[in-house]
Ligand binder design. Structure first.
Ligand code: MG
Length: 154
């Protein structure tokens, strides 16, 4: 059986936070506000996987009211979601994700983010970086959004 899922997430920038995307840190860039490390890309990937597997969503698994997830490493959350999928017999076929932001520039760090995600997901990962052409809040540089499609099979 093959199933598809899609995920979306967004976080606003906040001073005094580090920026982490796909498990890769961006030193010198403004970070994102969030209960966890606010890795918006990984959050979109998690929601795509959970949606594909019919297992709900990230908020249900890792509530932002739960102190256990304060400052959580989102890659660790992704690993636990992968274990859940594997327990149900699912393998990930591929992941296709888009990051939307005016900054940072995605292209120079794309290979690192892909390697980081592929190490956990054990499947081909594609990441595209887009700006929002200065339109709306993302375009005004208030935050970062990410979208993801995931194919799973068993
Ligand atoms: Mg999030």
């Amino acid at each position: 059986m093959i199933r598809i899922g899609q995920g979306y997430d967004s976080h606003r920038f906040e001073d005094g936070r580090r920026l982490v995307l796909g498990g890769v840190e961006f030193p010198g860039e403004r970070g994102l506000k969030g209960h966890s490390d606010a890795d918006v890309l990984v959050h979109a990937v998690i929601d795509a996987l959970l949606g594909a597997a019919g297992l709900g969503d990230i908020g249900g698994h890792f509530p932002d009211t739960d102190p256990r997830f304060e400052g959580a490493d989102s890659m660790a959350l992704l690993k636990s979601v992968m274990e859940e999928l594997e327990t149900d017999g699912w393998k990930v076929g591929n992941i296709d994700a888009t990051i939307i932001c005016e900054r940072p520039k995605i292209a120079p760090r794309k290979a690192e983010m892909i390697a980081s995600l592929e190490a956990v997901l054990k499947c081909p990962v594609s990441i595209k970086g887009k700006t929002n052409e200065k339109m709306d809040d993302i375009g005004a540089g208030l935050g970062i959004a990410a979208m993801c499609a995931a194919l799973i099979e068993r």
